[in-house]
Ligand binder design. Structure first.
Ligand SMILES: Nc1ncnc2c1ncn2[C@@H]1O[C@H](COP(=O)(O)OP(=O)(O)OP(=O)(O)O)[C@@H](O)[C@H]1O
Length: 603
């Protein structure tokens, strides 16, 4: 029968087997990878995301590549151990059948050795795989965040023709699943293939001829398992296919429901003032009912799919016994052989089924690849958007600057401005006339602008919007933003707060809170002014930066700027006439792109 192993030299035979299969599999996988990355879209996407990490010339040297090879080696060891365990089981049952006690105890000893190796190997495999997944995730997250922030793509992306949706989900969820799915699918495919070949050989050895409808089929068991799994797979695939779309929709409906909840939370005060609960309830109810309707559809489809798969598994438990039973009863094979046939049948079945079951995972894996490379493309496209040319200078000079709306309507036509150190300009005009968009153009954030701008770059220019952004963290962080809070000592912070008339906050510097909710809009604007004193830019652009303050406060803040930074150029945007007295020039924008510049009388 040839189903006995020479256990005394098996460690050597197995070592040679493992090394040769490892070398062959590593070379085969490398070749396959080259072909996939050359001829498939998803292969190219994978290369873009993974190769820089695994290249020995990358940041982490050889470690990532060596980890993958180690994972491959461990997977091959696992297949070999399963093969050995199937022979051990055969020998043990045969010893029992022959009432051969010494042989039985010998096989128990062999089992203990194999089981120990199996446990140690599994534990080590979990460590190596998970460590690689974590390190890969860290690397990729760092790379994606850097790419997203680079050239302010995170903001300018909204102006690209196909604005990318949910970059947050891509960076948090998709990057999390990409390394994990790559390893699971890759290792699963390789070990299934190796297992398929190994156990098919065992089945081949154990199977005999079978007469079907008068025709004798040699090695029948081997052919039967393949035919069985292929037919079962075709049916399972047809039953399970709608699940791919249903699962995709489930994620989308959940995300949409969550977004509505977050939006309500973020705008809670606004909604509460307007008593908008009924409308919000309606929106939440509709979105949630989509989630639930889809959940029922998933359930009914899943019942059919699982029911079929379970039936197939149950049949596969008894099928090998049924087929081999006549040969066992006619004493052509032993009980051990019968049992080993069944386990080999199970292994071949599982290995073949991997490719069927992985279809679903592979579909979501491709979606992850699409989303991640889509984000990288969107970042590139955002960086490539046009913007006004900005060159370094100590003051502000604008020449031939034309600002348009996306629909090509002109907001500001051919603007020329020259503001020397210490000068100040107030920009006014009708609502929607393009004042904020002009500021965006000067900051190179608006892609529909052309012309030349000369101004200080980096910290030399500071743009203060109507509502300054307050980061999550302490008040000290908010005060120092975009610099690090750690560099601002108590005395300096207290002095700044006193100057912008917020002395009462000096003892809350290290409190962590959502300060944009806690502070009133006017207090937030005062904090914005304190930042000007921290950064000390050469040019400050203030876009309705005092709109929430009374005139007395407005005056004292502008006086403060002039006292502390007499040479700073100030460009303010605002509707209020009270602002006029703090500026020496006025720029009035019209609705059709025209503009007029005039001197202001100082009072
Ligand atoms: N991302 C955008 N896509 C399309 N149109 C935009 C976009 N951003 C601004 N606009 C349009 O550009 C015009 C100018 O807007 P802008 O915010 O500059 O006006 P503004 O003068 O600052 O108005 P306000 O005084 O009300 O603040 C508006 O008609 C606005 O609808």
């Amino acid at each position: 029968m040839g189903t006995e192993l020479d256990w005394s030299s098996e460690w050597l035979t197995s070592s040679i087997w493992i090394v040769s299969v490892f070398v062959a599999t590593a070379l085969g996988s490398a070749l396959l990878l080259v072909l996939l990355t050359r001829y498939t879209v998803w292969g190219r996407q994978f290369r873009r995301l993974a190769f820089p990490y695994f290249s020995p010339r990358g940041d982490e040297g050889w470690r990532p590549l060596l980890s993958v090879l180690l994972i491959l080696l461990l997977a091959i060891m696992s297949v070999r151990l399963n093969v050995l365990l199937s022979y051990q089981g055969n020998g043990m049952l045969t010893a029992l059948q022959n009432l051969d006690a010494p042989s039985f105890w010998r096989y128990i000893g062999i089992f203990c050795i194999l089981a120990t190796i199996h446990v140690v190997r599994s534990m080590y495999e979990v460590y190596v795989q998970t460590a690689l997944i974590i390190r890969w995730r860290v690397w990729l997250t760092d790379r994606m965040i850097t790419d997203w922030l680079d050239g302010r793509a995170y903001h300018k992306g909204r102006y690209t023709p196909a604005a990318v949706d949910n970059p947050d989900q891509r960076i948090q969820e998709d990057i999390n699943s990409f390394p994990n799915d790559s390893i699971t699918l890759g290792v699963g495919a390789v070990s299934s293939l190796v297992s398929l070949v190994s156990f098919t050989l065992i089945l081949w050895q154990l199977s005999g001829p079978l007469t079907l409808l008068g025709v004798e089929v040699p090695r029948a068991m081997t052919f039967i398992v393949f035919a069985f799994v292929i037919i079962a797979s075709v049916f399972a695939f047809r039953i399970g296919r709608p699940l791919i779309l249903l699962n995709f929709l489930q994620e989308r409906f959940n995300a949409s429901f969550r977004y509505a909840l977050v939006r309500l939370r973020e705008n809670s005060e606004n909604v509460a003032f307007q008593r908008g609960e009924r409308v919000e309830r309606g929106v939440l109810g509709t979105r949630f009912s989509d989630v639930i309707a889809n959940a029922w559809a998933v359930l009914f489809r899943l019942i059919k799919f699982r029911g079929f798969n379970l039936s197939v598994s149950q049949i596969s438990v008894v099928l090998p016994y049924i087929i081999q039973a006549p040969r066992f009863f006619s004493q052509q094979i032993t009980l051990g052989d019968l049992n080993q046939t069944s386990s080999a049948f199970g292994e071949v079945h599982d290995a073949l089924s991997f490719f069927r079951n992985a279809y679903d995972e592979f579909a979501s894996y491709r979606a992850v690849l699409n989303r991640l490379t889509g984000l990288m493309d969107a970042d590139e496209a955002a960086r490539a958007l046009p913007a006004a040319d900005v060159e370094e200078a100590d003051d502000l000079q604008v020449h031939d600057l034309t600002v348009r709306r996306p629909d090509e309507g002109v907001l500001v036509d051919d603007l020329d401005l020259e503001l020397a150190a210490g000068a100040s300009l107030l920009v006014t005009g009708p609502s929607g006339g393009g004042k904020t968009t002009l500021m965006r153009s000067l900051a190179q954030l608006w892609p529909y602008a052309a012309g030349s701008v000369r101004r200080p770059t980096g910290d030399g220019s500071l743009f203060l919007p109507q509502q300054p952004y307050l980061p999550l963290g302490t008040l000290r962080d908010a005060l120092a933003y975009p610099g690090p809070g750690t560099e601002m000592d108590d005395a300096r912070a207290a002095d700044l707060l006193r100057k912008v008339q917020l002395p009462q906050l000096a003892d809350q510097l290290d409190e962590v809170d959502d300060w944009s909710r806690r502070l009133s809009p006017g207090e937030q604007q005062r904090l914005g002014f304190a930042r000007i004193l921290v950064v000390r830019p050469k040019v400050a652009f203030l876009d309705e930066a005092t709109s929430a303050l009374d005139e007395g406060l407005e005056q004292s803040l502008y006086n403060l700027l002039r006292e502390e930074l007499p040479d700073m150029v100030i460009v303010s945007v605002g509707h209020r006439s009270s602002l006029r007295r703090f500026h020496d020039e006025l720029l009035e924008l019209d609705t059709d792109g025209r503009w007029e510049r005039s001197a202001l009388q100082q009072q």
